[in-house]
Design a binder for this molecule. Structure first.
Ligand SMILES: *Cc1c(COP(=O)(O)O)cnc(C)c1O
Length: 513
């Protein structure tokens, strides 16, 4: 493709994208394909000779779009938000064109420096303590990672390194392998599955602690666990606290947990992947009280702050725990300005890194702090509107408090019928939701996801649910479920859908998404 063709097809693609996003309501929110659908449509080998891009373009609608789930449709209510905006898309376009591999400052100074500036901007917007900022008093700062999962793994490794060093210093006779075999980390039973995966990857124990009636991890529970584990000779070293859990958007009580971690020399990481974006609004900051006790904090702007995947930000108070822990500097990566600015390769797992701060910068300048606040408040209000519709209906109940953009509800008549209701909704295909299961209760999660969602859209989604409930309730014999059968792998709607990848049920107790 030459520059002329690039201009032509680039314009065509931008038009295609704008049409796609502006008219997304008209599409069926979930695909109707079955696994292997694409293999039947595409050749088995790459083309031997070049093809005209016009031909390729035609195939987007023909082959790709039928297999797409439209996450930015206002009728997509599954999981949590996935951010996306035009400035963010433009940022990724430019990043792709520059295509630098910004592992050190010297490989493209703008790539590192814009990341330092934008993560400071964002940290200030979220009212993080100064210690988390590059411009703060210590050597803290923010860094863009791909995902919250990567961040929790990295923080666990840094914490592991820190405790091993400390124990070695105190007791030089203990061998490292013996220290490692005694380490224990903690999280709530509501934590995202990535937290336990981090422990598996990091080869340390991780105890899931019971949350209270509001799905919040409390200090007393942590204290009991620490005491029990210490008696057994274990070494507590890490806590992943969640602000806004995936299942019900619950908040661990970090004001209680923080001082315990401080006293016990436990690294407190805070996973605020979804809810952290709301801290841009002062009225939600009550949920981050105790933040000063955290070593690390993470938020996914790619979830709920208008930036497309992938852009997850991690802040650390003392970056030397990362930089010193994993520094393997060969000569070919060195440069003369080392030490004056972060060399972000030390702050992450891969060596290479994209120029991701561009899309954050474009978005922040296009929306401003007030624009981001309006967006968050609008989603929270729409969730409240939906909650009201559901409660006024009379046949539903709310299963956990609606705090942000997520409503958890079910039919009063119980698990079995709520399950049937979801089957009916998914069969109907006009909106998309996923269920969750917790402490014997099966419920539905309606997340307000798309930037374009309006009051009318929420009314529409409620109307779909009401209609499906009419159908389910009129055809049911009055029965309350005994043991609920959790929809495990495949959604009831289509037994063989590509969706059947285990992600469609959030299990709030035990395993999760
Ligand atoms: C979505 C989510 C994650 C995982 O986010 P990734 O960036 O996809 O790894 C982690 N924690 C919570 C609370 C989440 O909601």
């Amino acid at each position: 493709m030459n520059a002329e063709e690039f201009r032509k097809y680039g314009r065509q693609m931008v038009d295609y994208i704008a049409d796609y996003l502006e008219n997304i309501r008209e599409r069926e929110v979930v695909h109707k394909v079955t696994p292997g659908y694409l293999k039947k449509l595409l050749p088995n080998e790459a083309p031997e000779n070049p093809e005209d891009f016009a031909e390729v373009f035609k195939d987007i609608d023909k082959f790709i779009m039928p297999g797409v789930t439209h996450w930015h449709s206002p009728y997509f209510h599954g999981y949590f938000a996935a951010g996306n905006t035009y400035p963010s898309i433009l940022g990724d376009m430019l990043s792709d064109a520059i295509g630098c591999i910004g592992f050190s400052w010297a490989t493209s100074p703008a790539c590192t420096e814009l990341e330092v500036i934008t993560t400071d901007w964002l940290g200030k917007m979220l009212a993080l303590p100064e210690e988390f900022l590059h411009c703060g008093p210590g050597n803290g700062g923010g860094v863009i990672q791909s995902t919250a999962s990567e961040t929790v793994f990295l923080c666990l490794l840094a914490a592991r390194n820190k405790i091993v060093d400390k124990v070695k210093k105190e007791s030089p006779d203990i061998e490292e392998k013996d220290i490692l075999s005694k380490l224990v980390g903690y999280s709530t039973d509501q934590a995202n599955s990535s937290v336990h995966r981090a422990a598996l990857l990091g080869a340390v124990r991780m105890h899931k602690l019971n949350s209270d009636a509001n799905f919040s991890l409390r200090g007393e529970t942590l204290t009991e666990a620490i005491e029990k584990d210490k008696k057994e000779g274990l070494i507590p070293f890490f806590l992943c606290a969640s602000l806004g859990t995936t299942g019900t958007c619950a908040f661990d009580n970090i004001e209680e947990l923080g001082p315990i971690c401080e006293a016990e020399n436990i690294w407190m990481h805070i996973d605020a992947a979804y809810a952290g974006s709301a801290f841009v609004c002062p009225e939600y900051r009550k949920y981050m009280k105790g933040i000063q006790y955290a070593e690390t904090f993470s938020v996914n702007p790619h979830k709920w702050m208008l930036v497309n995947f992938d852009l997850s930000v991690m802040w650390i108070k003392n970056s030397s725990y990362l930089v010193d822990a994993f520094n393997v500097d060969p000569i070919y990566l060195r440069h003369t300005n080392e030490g004056k600015v972060p060399d972000y390769r030390h702050w992450q797992i891969p060596l290479g890194r994209r120029f991701r701060s561009l899309k954050l910068w474009f978005m922040l300048r296009s929306y401003g702090v007030s624009g981001v606040q309006n967006y968050i408040r609008k989603h929270c209000q729409l969730a409240k509107d939906f909650e009201k519709l559901i409660l006024d209906d009379g046949r539903f109940e709310i299963t956990s408090e609606t705090v942000m953009g997520l409503v958890c509800f079910r039919l009063k008549k119980g698990n079995k019928l709520t399950e049937k209701l979801l089957s009916e909704i998914l069969e109907d295909g006009k909106i998309y939701m996923i269920p969750a299961f917790s402490r014997g209760t099966y419920f539905l999660r309606l997340a307000v996801v798309a930037e374009r969602t309006t009051t009318d859209d929420i009314q529409y989604s409620y109307d779909v649910i009401r209609r499906c409930a009419d159908k389910v309730l009129s055809s049911s014999v009055d029965s309350e479920a005994d043991e609920p059968v959790v929809v495990d792998i495949d959604l009831p709607r289509k037994k063989s859908s590509v969706n059947g990848d285990n992600r469609d049920t959030v299990r709030v107790n035990g395993h999760d998404k």
